[in-house]
Design a binder for this molecule. Structure first.
Ligand code: AMP
Length: 465
């Protein structure tokens, strides 16, 4: 994925001639929006909270900033980038090495779990100006004293929301505590759950916020309206899902009662839908959100209020089961799909009584809603819509010091599953949730129950939607 760059050139920035020439060689002729918004602030030394997704050019945004502060003659680590996964850490290291070609002999090193710690000691002994790694392994090195951050100038938290999702909050805290107070901290995150605010209060100093417009990208959202009677409304949701087969859908209802009824109707049709509403206990709410986020629940049904804290940006579809009473709310709902590079569907079910609301929506959006007949919705694919993943719950979490890497190791080690078959891993206080591809759910469950996680026997069970 290449970031579309049509912004100002890099030559407006206080970068060295060599760095500018290197950017030319790399073909980075103009800044991407996130670079144009964050580089002037980062190069001026400010802490940053920046909203950016993969593909936006964010790596160069923090990479150029941390390189500008390096002293090549000092072999001690001066920049640390924390990433949620090894894959991302590898990509970040490669991009930083490309950007660093302009300088003499800048060394960047990746330190992630999944490889023997001993093999990393040699590389560390040779010195590295920049260290990129996952929080678990970096804190291991800090505990052993094999990595010292006394001369650190820049700390970067990349994909901070994903690191929190993966249960790395404590590790991040422990690492930040070992960095000098006089440092620059740059936090990049695609979404802003509450945990991000907490982290930034704790570890950032007077941060500047860089938020690009989250205006829904109308060109990427395909909106369709369907006229329904009240009798048809809930069934029509199943028809839409089985026809378009979106992997992940957020269905909005105007009332809690409607949410409950819809979930019952969908479940009766074999579609594993879950409801998110204020009456859920925290533990159940967490489980619902985890299943939706890790793609093991295809449909989440919610009221506007319940969906407010939901920070999932890549939804294939939004369904307005009821037309929202306010046109602005409609735009807000619909804007949850079609983010980043993806296209999204927005379906709206409208009864004759709701046509006045549809008219106000048309007015606000400056175009007439495209109505399609319900009769065109024919099931496609085989059987009811299923999520691609299944969630397995391991009874044991942070209290048992389980980390995402331990679960990944248990499944990809002697159990022999491929990393690509394993999805998101969430470690909570007492439970760990791992998403696995549907076709390996049985064998993966067996492997977890038969084997060990972190050297201990564990109990695992599937969570049924
Ligand atoms: P990232 O979001 O950091 O993963 O970057 C996405 C891709 O965009 C990477 O392949 C970068 O090499 C590329 N890229 C970053 N900045 C620019 C730029 N200003 N012009 C062209 N390509 C860029």
């Amino acid at each position: 994925m290449t970031a579309a760059a049509a912004g100002p050139g890099f030559d407006s920035l206080p970068l060295s001639t060599a760095a500018l020439a290197n950017l030319q060689v790399l073909g980075y002729l103009s800044m991407t929006p996130i670079q144009a918004a964050s580089l002037p602030l980062a190069l001026a030394g400010h802490d940053l909270i920046a909203q950016a997704q993969t593909g936006s050019g964010k790596t160069a945004a923090f990479g150029l900033a941390l390189l500008a502060r390096l002293n090549a003659k000092n072999p001690a680590p001066q920049a640390l980038v924390l990433c949620p996964t090894r894959e991302l850490a590898d990509q970040v290291t490669q991009e930083i090495r490309r950007l660093a070609r302009a300088e003499d002999n800048i060394k960047a090193l990746t330190l992630c779990g999944g490889v023997p710690i001993r093999s990393q000691l040699d590389s560390l002994a040779h010195g590295a100006h920049i260290v990129v790694g996952t929080p678990g392994r970096i804190s291991d090195h800090l505990e052993r004293g094999t990595l010292v951050l006394a001369e650190l100038k820049t700390l970067v938290l990349d994909e901070a929301d994903r690191m929190l999702d993966m249960g790395f909050a404590e590790d991040i805290g422990a690492i930040a505590a070992q960095c000098p107070r006089e440092r620059q901290t740059l936090l990049f995150s695609a979404t802003y759950p509450e945990g991000i605010a907490q982290i930034s209060r704790k570890f950032l100093r007077n941060p500047r916020e860089v938020k690009l417009s989250t205006q829904p990208n109308a060109a990427k959202i395909r909106q369709r309206f369907y006229e329904v009677t009240e009798d048809q409304r809930l069934n029509a949701v199943g028809l839409l899902l089985n026809h378009y087969r979106p992997e992940r859908t957020l269905a909005f209802c105007n009332t809690k009662a409607q949410c409950r009824d819809l979930v019952a109707v969908l479940q009766a049709q074999g579609i594993a839908a879950l409801a998110l509403h204020g009456d859920l206990e925290q533990r159940d709410r967490d489980q619902v959100l985890i299943q939706f986020a890790n793609r093991s629940c295809p449909v989440l049904v919610a009221t506007d209020v319940a969906a407010r804290g939901l920070d999932i940006s890549d939804l294939e579809a939004v369904i307005n089961v009821d037309i929202s009473p306010e046109a602005e709310l409609h735009t807000h709902r619909v804007g949850r799909t079609g983010r980043a590079d993806a296209e999204g569907w927005a379906f709206s079910l409208a009864s004759l009584d709701e046509m006045g609301r549809v008219g106000r929506i048309d007015e606000m959006q400056g175009r007439t809603g495209e109505f399609h007949p319900l009769a065109e919705l024919k099931p496609t694919g085989n059987g009811p819509l299923l999520a691609p993943m299944v969630t397995l719950q391991i009874l044991g979490g942070r209290k048992e010091k389980i980390r995402p890497g331990d679960v990944m190791g248990a499944l990809t080690g002697s159990a022999g599953f491929a990393a690509a078959q394993i999805g998101k891993i969430n470690v909570n206080e007492f439970s760990t949730y791992v998403a696995v591809a549907r076709d390996i759910a049985g064998p993966a469950l067996h492997a977890l129950n038969a084997g060990t996680v972190k050297g201990k026997k564990v109990k695992a069970r599937p969570i049924e939607g």
